[in-house]
Write a protein that binds this ligand. Structure first.
Ligand code: MEV
Length: 312
C-alpha cells in the first residue's frame, strides 16, 4: 500500500436517465448520460483512511456514507488518506448524487492506493459503495458517472453475481436537456421496493410494460445515433406514459412534464426513481430560453449537454 503524498482531486458526474429507469433493474436496457454537475472529492495525507462527511448531511446520511466509504476503503487496503467531499448537485433528487459521490471517492481512494483510476476500476469500487446506498441497484448510475459518456446500459446476472454491460451511444448532434426539480421525493429504495411488490403480484402485466420500455430504449438509441432528436423526444414522451402506467409518476412530476412540453420540449419525462416528486427532463434544440422562463416561475432548474460535439 502506497501512502498518499500529494493532495488528490477527483470528480464524479451526476447522471440523467434519458429512458429506461426501473425496467433496467429487471434486465432491460437504459439510456443514460453524465451531467456537467457532480461531486468533487479531495484527498490529503492522513494517519489513517478517513472520510470527512459533509456537514450538510443528516445523521442517517452520514452513517451510510461512513459505511459505504469503509467498504470501499477495505477493498483498496485502506490507504492513509483523508477524503473530503463537495457536492454541486441537488441531493436525493434522482440525479445520481450517491453514484457521483461513490465515483469521486473511488477515484481518490484508487490513486491513494497507487492504482490507476480507469473507468472500469472506478466503476468496480463505486459499485461497492452504491450497494450500501441502494441495496440492489441496477448499476446504471455509477457506470454512467464512471464512463462520463452517453451509454446504453444493461444489468447482467452472471454466475458470480450482478454485473453491467455498457456501450457508448454517439450523437452527431448536440444533445441538451433541461433538468427541473418538482418537489421532494421518497428514497429510491422505497420507490423501487413498491414497484417490486406490484411486479411480484402481477408479473406478466409488468413484464409486458418493462419489455415495451426496453424496445423504446433501443429505438431511442438508434434515433440518437441518426441525429433524430424528434424521434428521441417522442420515445421519451411515450416512456413517460409507461412510467405513469407503472405507478411511478405523480401530480408534481406530471405538471412539470407538461410545463416543459409547453415551453417547446421535443420530449419530457421524469428521470431517476420518480414517485412523489423529483427531477424531470426536457429535450430541447435550444435549452437556454426554457431555463430563463422556468427560473422566472420559481422552478429550480439547469441545462446540461449530455452528448454530441462540444463547443471549443
Ligand atoms: C435510479 O437512478 C434508477 C432506478 O432505475 C434504480 C436503479 O437503476 O438501480 C430507479
Amino acid at each position: 500500500m502506497t501512502p498518499a503524498t500529494n493532495p488528490l482531486v477527483a470528480f464524479g458526474a451526476g447522471k440523467v436517465i434519458l429512458l429506461g429507469e426501473h425496467s433496467v433493474v429487471y434486465g432491460y436496457p437504459a439510456l443514460a448520460g453524465p451531467l456537467s454537475f457532480g461531486v468533487t472529492a479531495r484527498g490529503v495525507p492522513a494517519r489513517s483512511c478517513q472520510l470527512d462527511v459533509p456537514a450538510t448531511a443528516d445523521a442517517a446520511q452520514k452513517r451510510l456514507m461512513r459505511k459505504a466509504f469503509a467498504r470501499a476503503a477495505r477493498m483498496v487496503g485502506e490507504p492513509k488518506v483523508k477524503v473530503t467531499l463537495e457536492a454541486r448537485l441537488p441531493l436525493s433528487a434522482g440525479l445520481g448524487s450517491s453514484a457521483a459521490l461513490a465515483v469521486a471517492t473511488s477515484r481518490v481512494l484508487l490513486q491513494a492506493a497507487g492504482q490507476v483510476p480507469t473507468a472500469k476500476a472506478t466503476a468496480r469500487l463505486a459499485w461497492e459503495m452504491e450497494q450500501e446506498f441502494h441495496g440492489t441497484p441496477s448499476g446504471v448510475d455509477h457506470t454512467t458517472s464512471a464512463e462520463e459518456k452517453l451509454i446504453l446500459y444493461r444489468r447482467v446476472q452472471g454466475p458470480s453475481g450482478v454485473t453491467g454491460r455498457a456501450r457508448e451511444v454517439k450523437s452527431p448532434r448536440v444533445l441538451s436537456v433541461v433538468v427541473a426539480l418538482a418537489g421532494a421525493r421518497s428514497p429510491t429504495k422505497v420507490t423501487v421496493g413498491a414497484l417490486r411488490e406490484r411486479q411480484a403480484r402481477w408479473p406478466e402485466r409488468y413484464r409486458r410494460l418493462f419489455a415495451q420500455v426496453g424496445r423504446l430504449v433501443t429505438e431511442a438509441s438508434k434515433a440518437v445515433e441518426a441525429g433524430d432528436l424528434e424521434g428521441l423526444g417522442d420515445a421519451m414522451n411515450v416512456n413517460q406514459g409507461l412510467l405513469a402506467a407503472l405507478g411511478l409518476s405523480s401530480p408534481p412530476l406530471e405538471e412539470m412534464v407538461y410545463r416543459l412540453r409547453e415551453l417547446g420540449a421535443l420530449g419530457a419525462k421524469l428521470t431517476g426513481a420518480g414517485g412523489d416528486g423529483g427531477a424531470v427532463i426536457g429535450l430541447f434544440h435550444e435549452p437556454a430560453p426554457a431555463v430563463v422562463k422556468l427560473t422566472a416561475m420559481g422552478v429550480r432548474c439547469f441545462s446540461s449537454q449530455l452528448a454530441g460535439p462540444r463547443a471549443v
